[in-house]
Design a protein around this ligand. Structure first.
Ligand code: AMP
Ligand code: MG
Length: 472
């Protein structure tokens, strides 16, 4: 069946003009096997009714969706990579394929990773490894369940090519991923025009972004809207940074081209979840100095929004731009508190008690080095979980004197009315986690014998966790 009644095409990005993108064509793949089809995401944009053949037509062969972009657009951007400016970036293995409204009227992008070469590929093959695609599906599913504003993995299709990579046993299998994301306008999209000294295009991108994604920020005075925009980006990017910290997530590559101005996190390469609260825990093997280590993520994001502020210098004065950056730290702090209390399944008290509780939890996790996710699982709803916590492998720590003050603090709280300890998830003996060993263990049978059962079992476990945490 073709698209459903909820499908609403909307092609705003195309109207920005050719300074912003290049029309490209997808690679022709010999093979197209659906490995992941996100029906929940598809339903949010009216694409759940496609047959598998139609799905492949659009997300494996990239024939246009009805009324949508007639040609894919490889987006142009620059960026700071590990703090070094790189003007040789852009969509080198992906493109914007379609834009559509979701069930709340938001404009979303369907964009690819691994769909072939573009004018921005340089020496790259434009491809994505199957393992890379599988990893992105796992990361986005986990993050969504843990309450992080993330792009969704929409489709993963295996494409039957053999790729050579330095960081995977090669040749390795290939795939094309489609993600559903709330814009692909990166800080690096603004940086490119500032670098090329095209202030009119900085202004054009600014106005388009505000009108499309933040219409309530519109001000008649360009400098006023630049300030309002910077504040909003700071708020949103800070929020997602706080959400990663609470989820125990390390993105790994926080370059300015990987920071979306809508604040939604995206582009998952060498990500990891922390086993314990360890600020120096680093995800990418090539991040030798730990620049993007777990505990340095808020600083890295703040550095990135400061680069965005510089791009707006031609539109607004330095002083109010600097002042706007001041929105970042309190937004991060507020979201960190809010999400921690949510993760603990508690009803918030007052700001002071909540921040003391959260600080005490954080100190305990850092000092004890107990498994990060286990703590949230064991004490979900605080006192309401006491019997469960007594059966945990960490029960000795909980019985120790060092835990007593935190127990007292926790017990001052009631479980949130939304916390459902009767959910099947809390009957498990262990939380659903996604540590690197687990990722490798579910990849191995796929690589060795094309056995996808562990992958599907993991996705089912994540679904259960998402449901337990009341995420839609
Ligand atoms: P990433 O680290 O995935 O954010 O990518 C950084 C830059 O390298 C972007 O401009 C990508 O489009 C480009 N890139 C990464 N991998 C490839 C590839 N296999 N072929 C072409 N370009 C690539
Ligand atoms: Mg990227």
């Amino acid at each position: 069946m073709p698209v459903s009644a909820a499908y609403r095409a909307s092609t705003g990005h195309g109207e920005l003009g050719s300074d912003f993108f290049d029309e490209v064509s997808a690679a022709k793949f010999l093979q197209t096997i659906i490995r992941y089809r996100n029906q929940r995401a598809a339903a949010s944009v009216g694409l759940e009714t496609l047959t598998d053949d139609e799905w492949i037509t659009h997300f494996g062969r990239f024939e246009p969706l009805p009324g949508n972009l007639s040609k894919p657009l490889a987006l142009r951007y620059h960026g700071h990579q590990f703090r070094v400016y790189n003007p040789d970036l852009g969509d080198g293995r992906g493109f914007l394929f379609a834009q559509l409204r979701d069930d709340q009227g938001r404009l979303l992008d369907l964009a690819t990773k691994g769909s072939g070469q573009t004018p921005w590929s340089r020496s790259g093959d434009g491809r994505l490894t199957l393992k890379g695609g599988v990893r992105e599906v796992l990361a986005t599913s986990m993050l969504e369940a843990l309450g992080v504003d993330t792009s969704k993995s929409f489709s993963l299709i295996e494409t039957g090519e053999e790729l050579v990579r330095g960081d995977e046993p090669s040749p390795t299998r290939s795939s094309v991923l489609v993600r559903l994301s709330h814009s692909h306008i990166r800080i690096g999209s603004f940086q490119r025009f500032a670098f090329l000294r095209q202030p009119e295009n900085v202004a054009k991108l600014l106005d388009y972004t505000i009108k499309t994604y933040m219409p309530n920020l519109w001000r008649d005075e360009p400098s006023a809207r630049a300030i309002a925009f910077l504040e909003e980006v700071c708020r949103r990017v800070a929020r997602v940074g706080a959400q990663w910290m609470v989820a125990g997530f390390v993105h790994g590559v926080l370059n300015t081209d990987n920071t979306n101005v809508t604040g939604e996190s995206f582009d998952y390469g060498p990500w990891r979840f922390v086993p314990t609260l360890e600020p120096n825990f680093t995800a990418a093997y090539f991040d030798e100095t730990g620049l993007y280590a777990y505990g340095r993520q808020p600083d890295a994001l703040f550095w990135n929004v400061t680069r965005l502020a510089e791009c707006l210098l031609g539109i607004a004065e330095r002083e109010p731009l600097e002042a706007a950056l001041g929105v970042f730290a309190p937004a991060l702090q507020d979201e960190f508190m809010r999400k921690m209390v949510w993760r603990l399944g508690l009803q918030p008290l007052d700001k002071e008690s909540d921040s003391e509780l959260v600080r005490a939890v954080w100190m305990f996790l850092a000092q004890s080095q107990m498994p990060f996710e286990r703590f949230f699982f064991d004490w979900y709803g605080a006192a309401a979980s006491e019997t469960r916590a007594e059966q945990s492998p960490s029960k000795d720590i909980y019985a120790s004197e060092s835990f007593a003050p935190l127990r007292e603090r926790l017990f001052a709280y009631s479980a949130s009315p939304a916390a459902n300890l009767n959910h099947a998830y809390f009957k498990r003996s262990e939380p659903c986690t996604m540590l690197i060993g687990e990722v490798e263990a579910l990849w191995a049978p796929i690589a060795e014998k094309n056995d996808w059962s562990l992958f599907h079992a993991k996705l089912a476990a994540i679904d259960e966790m998402r449901d337990a945490f009341g995420q839609k």
